[in-house]
Write a protein that binds this ligand. Structure first.
Ligand code: F3S
Length: 754
């Protein structure tokens, strides 16, 4: 059903040869991360050593996973490639569009009503193009991937930042934007800057109240939210072998919170146990045959300082439980010290909710350890002082946990069991107890706790901990509760103490599930019709972009000269606009509305040169478009930083912007502009930014000679008729110039497929 053993056998068959070659070329032993990277080169067997943090390298990932919010535009784009089916195994998971409110059954029914057109579209497009489809309620993407698709030594990409979770099963799994996923689905290579490497050596063994979650909470405290940027975090050492596979998943999952490219662990017995428990004996057998290739070389782990760019050591035996927050996941505090800190900072001590689950912490082990605390509360006649909400990670976990009585335990404490979906973790939480913006505290076992993340309230102070610690804190109702030392008063007025949590790594009776929610695609999808209603406001089939003609690049009008920071959020805002992610025309109404106009320092207020009137950016742009006039956007440094969302390039392109000329680009956005067939240019002389005036018109005088390494000449005509001639640099290579000439990268692929 799910995994593709032939593909895995192929990966393993070439791994030995490629890793041996990489060792020879680099002249040294290799880390696990390097083994996986070098064995997934697009060009096959390695022929040169790459410089970490410098070289851009083309890779050939083994799998792709998409979630329902990001899959919409990715698949709409993929349909443009003219392919019969996806080039690598791909799955779509419906987990983000389900709101948590009254409990699983009702919430799922409501989601199926409100988002049915999106689900129907995703199901039909998956069926047509050979993509595995996981229905709403089947589970959270990363847990489903860990249970079904992840395999040691593999490389995958996913259109969600927590794709990194699959590192728990020894993968290099990386979160990407939709445009990257589309490339790989269409059979193109995937480019990544060869990452730096951070080694985390784990010694000792977890004990008492300390959980796997505390490892990453500690690491986040050390490295901070930016400390992992551009790096793979590789965990090793005797302590790593003592962690469960799903515990490793938790640690890798939150690697996203330190900005890491991904995190991973070497193949070991815990992974083998998990593979066998999840019905994947064949993978375990194959992995066992090449075990030494699925972990770092001994010499690397014996002298990590020599081979990693940075090394951290953590002794699990002495690690203490943490609660990180509020508002940032790297504000690490040991339980027991939080009360004082909270009082000093005036954080509310009363805890309103304890939320357990999300892709980070929703394994069987997690639920069993938290349930052991909940059961004690019942046995010791304690009533939970906070509300409880539980999001199981998958239907398989939910079904098994129900069979084994774990869910009953939570329900006996009046917990609400939400759908197997993201829910409060992505702000899909219709919270009943607080509707205003009052200051309040919640604890959860999720990964992110930024302001407004769970419930949209900027005054909700969210603290991140392990599931068992969340359970204990929720039962006590107090943020300063330390279950290792403090007691609670029960219904009979007696003082009681919670014992240490106990849990089960894997269900003793095995996993079970009735309907796991998976729909395999049909063999031949050629007759399958993709479902998109013509009057839909959330979905719209894409039309291929028409190539920009050289003649259209004379008399180009300035749309906006953006001042200061202009991130992808300024170019294509999130929030309520997420609803239109699959409808390019509708979402284009947010184009650049967050950018600051350099001439009046206002947002969404630019001059229409045709009418001399001021208006919103999308409105003014649509008026230029109606007249067939192309426009240009001028920007400052690092234009387009932030997320990799392709909408930030597609929307201006759709509305008729032809060029973006800036002091410098965030690289991913620059590439996205190229892919959409636009001109992404930088000022050869940064000071020329100051020459641009509000009523300027631009003539691209030598666009007919557009070629690699040759700057373009632009004549800037001011309102009074005076002119400045400026030079614009670009980084287009031959292939990318073809994308531009064809109107987009996908147009070119389609042409090549025809
Ligand atoms: Fe993202 Fe869903 Fe996990 S919102 S953080 S994938 S639970």
């Amino acid at each position: 059903m799910a995994f593709d053993i032939d593909m895995i056998k192929k990966v393993y068959a070439q791994m030995a040869e490629r890793v041996d070659k990489a060792r020879e070329i680099t002249g040294r032993p290799l880390t696990l991360s390097e083994k996986i990277l070098y064995s997934h080169l697009w060009d096959g067997t390695p022929s040169k050593a790459f410089q970490r943090g410098k070289d851009y390298v083309d890779f050939a990932p083994d799998r792709i996973a998409c979630q329902d919010a990001t899959a919409q535009m990715a698949l709409l784009q993929f349909m443009q490639a003219g392919k019969k089916s996806v080039a690598v195994p791909t799955t779509v998971h419906c987990d983000h569009l389900i709101q948590a409110k009254q409990g699983a059954a009702k919430d799922l029914m409501r989601a199926n009503e409100t988002s049915n057109e999106v689900f129907d579209f995703l199901e039909s497009v998956s069926n047509k193009y050979g993509i595995g489809f996981w229905r709403p309620g089947a589970g959270i993407i990363h847990q489903v991937v860990l249970e079904n698709y992840a395999f040691p030594g593999g490389m995958m990409i996913g259109t969600d930042s927590h794709t990194v979770n699959a590192g728990g099963l020894g993968m290099v799994a990386i979160g990407v934007g939709g445009a990257d996923a589309v490339d790989v689905m269409a059979g193109m290579p995937w480019e990544l800057k060869f990452p730096k490497l951070i080694g985390v050596k784990l010694t000792g063994k977890l004990n008492g109240w300390t959980a796997s979650k505390d490892v990453i909470l500690k690491v986040a405290g050390i490295l901070t939210v930016k400390g992992g940027t551009g790096a793979i975090v590789e965990y090793f050492g005797p302590g790593a072998k003592n962690l469960s596979c799903t515990g490793k998943g938790t640690i890798c999952n939150m690697g996203a919170e330190i900005g890491a490219t991904t995190s991973t662990f070497g193949y070991d017995d815990s992974m083998e146990r998990f593979l066998r428990a999840t019905d994947r004996n064949e993978i375990a057998d194959e992995a066992n045959k090449i075990r030494e290739y699925l972990t770092g070389d001994d010499e690397v782990y014996e002298n990590p300082e020599q081979y990693f760019d940075q090394v951290i050591e953590i002794d699990l035996s002495t690690l203490r439980p943490h609660l990180n927050g509020p508002f940032t996941p790297d504000l690490a505090t040991e339980v027991g010290e939080l009360g004082e800190k909270a009082r000093k900072n005036d954080w509310p001590l009363k805890v309103d909710w304890g939320l357990i689950g999300s892709c980070t912490n929703s394994s069987y082990e997690d639920l069993s350890r938290a349930a052991s605390i909940a059961q004690q509360a019942i046995d010791k006649k304690l009533k939970s002082k906070s509300d409880f909400g539980i999001n199981p990670g998958s239907e398989q976990i939910r079904y098994t946990a129900e069979r084994d009585g774990l869910l009953d335990v939570f329900e006996n404490l009046d917990a609400t069991i939400f759908t197997n979906a993201c829910g409060p973790c992505i702000g899909q939480w219709d919270r009943s107890d607080r509707k205003g913006e009052e200051k309040n505290t919640i604890v959860h076992s999720f990964n992110r706790n930024f302001s407004k993340r769970a419930d949209g309230n900027p005054n909700t102070h969210a603290f991140v901990g392990s599931p068992e610690m969340v359970a204990a804190i929720a039962i006590s109702g107090r943020l300063d509760f330390d279950p290792m030392n403090d007691t609670l008063i029960n219904e009979d007025g007696e003082e009681v103490k919670l014992d240490e949590p106990v849990g089960l790594e894997l269900p003793p009776k095995g996993f079970a599930v009735d309907d796991n929610g998976y729909l395999a695609p049909t063999e031949d999808g050629s007759t399958v019709e993709v479902k998109v209603a013509t009057d839909s406001e959330r979905l719209q089939l894409l039309e291929p972009f028409v190539p920009i003609q050289d003649s259209e690049l004379q008399g180009v009008k300035l749309l906006i000269k953006a001042f200061g920071k202009c991130t992808t959020d300024h170019i294509s805002m999130a929030g309520p606009w997420l609803r239109y992610r699959g409808h390019l025309d509708n979402i284009s109404n947010n184009t650049l509305i967050g950018a600051v106009n350099a001439f009046n320092k206002k947002t969404n207020f630019v001059k229409n040169q045709l009418t001399e009137e001021y208006g919103g950016v999308p409105d003014v742009q649509r008026q230029y478009k109606a007249q067939g006039i192309k426009t240009i956007v001028v920007g400052d440094h690092n234009y387009g930083e932030g997320s990799s969302r392709e909408h930030a390039a597609m929307q201006p392109r759709f509305l008729g912007v032809a060029a973006v000329l800036v002091k410098s680009f965030a690289r991913i956005h620059e590439t996205n502009l190229k892919k959409q067939g636009m001109l992404g240019l930088t000022f050869a002389n940064e000071a020329d930014y100051d020459l641009i005036q509000e009523d300027d018109t631009f003539n691209f005088v030598d666009i007919a000679d557009f070629a690699p390494n040759k700057p373009l000449t632009i004549e800037v005509v001011h309102k009074d008729g005076s002119k400045d001639v400026i030079m614009a640099n670009h980084t287009y290579n031959d292939a990318q110039i073809k994308w531009y000439r064809e109107g987009s990268a996908l147009n070119l692929i389609k042409k090549q497929n025809a």
